[in-house]
Design a protein around this ligand. Structure first.
Ligand code: HEC
Length: 127
């Protein structure tokens, strides 16, 4: 049998051991959960979809055929007065919705950069 003071020392050691262990688990856990969204944000920024991809994903639904009064893709006459407004206005109109066009041209998963890329793609085809 161990004496009372030796027992006490062992208990203290065990508590410290446990404390260090759980602390390291907490630290690792925090770093991992804080790291995850950051990597995702970087991924989206770096691997943002191209204007062409966004266009064929959402915009062509209306713009390919000129549905509900949408200026047709590649129709230079229809696009000329719109392009004349400048790309800042065009991108803002898509982001906030414009007349019959829904907010973000229906692409709710699109970032501002992706919308701007899709506008550039449409505008280039309409010039
Ligand atoms: C539900 C149909 C619909 C979808 C989807 C749609 N648009 Fe449109 N869009 C329209 C209509 C309708 C107009 C014309 C609005 C007007 O002037 O009456 C328009 C106009 C525009 C204009 C010109 C705005 C201006 O100021 O003249 C741009 C640029 C544009 N769309 C880009 C896009 C992009 C980029 C997407 C995809 C992210 C998209 N649209 C998706 C219907 C749509």
């Amino acid at each position: 049998m161990l004496g009372g003071s030796a027992m006490k020392r062992m208990n203290v050691q065990r508590v410290i051991c446990w404390w260090v262990f759980s602390l390291s688990v907490t630290v690792v856990g925090t770093v991992q959960s804080a790291g995850t969204p950051r990597t995702d944000a970087v991924k989206t920024a770096v691997v943002g979809r191209s204007g062409r991809e966004i266009y064929s994903l959402e915009c062509d639904e209306c713009h390919a055929k000129g549905l509900i009064g949408a200026p047709k893709f590649g129709d230079k006459v229809a696009w000329a007065p719109r392009i004349a407004q400048g790309s800042t206005v065009l991108v803002a109109h898509v982001l906030h919705g414009f007349k019959a066009m829904p907010t973000k041209g229906n692409c709710m998963s699109c970032s501002e950069d992706e919308i701007a890329a899709a506008v550039r793609y449409i505008v280039t085809a309409g010039k």
